[in-house]
Design a protein around this ligand. Structure first.
Ligand SMILES: NC(=O)c1ccc[n+]([C@@H]2O[C@H](COP(=O)([O-])OP(=O)(O)OC[C@H]3O[C@@H](n4cnc5c(N)ncnc54)[C@H](OP(=O)(O)O)[C@@H]3O)[C@@H](O)[C@H]2O)c1
Length: 228
């Protein structure tokens, strides 16, 4: 058992929900955030059934005041691990060339994926232990262009720059976790089973040396090499 606390945004589905479940076995206090309360309650049931202690707190990451209030309400002492996984992609991967990208979608993607991630990390730092860890989910499209990704790919490039900047500027370890292509709502169900990448995040949070994580990208290869 443990008295440690993890907070995940994007915990109402996809990668966020399976990562939350992966921490349940050791009894972590697991703070689950996203916009949909109903979907968060469903993740909470899974976390509870696996032995964890879930706390459901709906929020919109685009509202920094709401983010701060959520942290104030849900983090009684200190935060050990932050997984800011909330993100949107308003079309299927490969479907939207940049020249056809809609202005309102560019705004929504940057607001959620970049501004929202910045707000979550910035506000959470006030509650984080000095040796806490921030695991920023990202993918290879941030670095290797693929056609039809619209504003999503540039948003993840910005997210990676933010993670590297925080890694330099703060005491806590901030790493980019790249799980490969995962079958979630974001990818319209294409990719590997989300459950197969949950342990990657657990490893990044608990076992990966802080120096290997901080300011770096850790992915399936690093995880498998370390745990082989
Ligand atoms: N799937 C992949 O192949 C892949 C690969 C590399 C990295 N990633 C990254 O992994 C993370 C999780 O992605 P996923 O594939 O699990 O996507 P997903 O299944 O679509 O989940 C996205 C989550 O973000 C939440 N969300 C969206 N807008 C929000 C907002 N304004 N405020 C709060 N929560 C919000 C959604 O919940 P609500 O709608 O209820 O708010 C949902 O829980 C993202 O950062 C993504 O970029 C994904």
């Amino acid at each position: 058992m443990t008295d440690r606390t993890i907070l995940l945004t994007g915990a109402s589905g996809g990668i966020g929900s399976v990562v939350a479940e992966a921490f349940a076995g050791d009894g972590w206090r697991t703070v689950l955030c996203a916009r949909s309360r109903e979907a968060l309650e469903s993740t909470a049931q899974t976390v509870s059934a696996a032995g964890g202690t879930p706390v459901v707190r709906p929020l919109d990451v685009r509202d920094e005041d709401e983010v701060f209030n959520a942290l104030l309400e849900t983090i009684p002492e200190s935060l050990d691990v932050l997984v800011p996984a909330a993100a949107v992609m308003p079309h299927a991967p490969g479907e939207r060339p940049l020249q056809e990208e809609h202005y309102e979608d560019v705004r929504a993607v940057l607001d959620t994926n970049v501004y929202g991630l910045f707000a979550v990390i910035r506000e959470a730092l006030q509650f984080m232990r000095p040796d806490g860890r921030v695991l920023v989910p990202s993918g290879s499209v941030a670095r290797d262009p693929k056609p039809g990704m619209g504003a999503y790919a540039p948003s993840k490039a910005a997210v990676e720059a933010l993670a590297r900047g925080f890694a330099l500027d703060i005491d806590q370890s901030v790493g980019i976790v790249d799980p490969g292509f995962v079958a979630t709502n974001l990818t319209h169900g294409k990719g590997r089973d989300p459950a197969s990448v949950a342990e990657l995040f657990r490893w990044a949070a608990l076992e990966c040396p802080a120096g290997d994580l901080d300011g770096n990208i850790v992915g399936l290869r690093e995880w498998k090499q370390a745990t082989r």
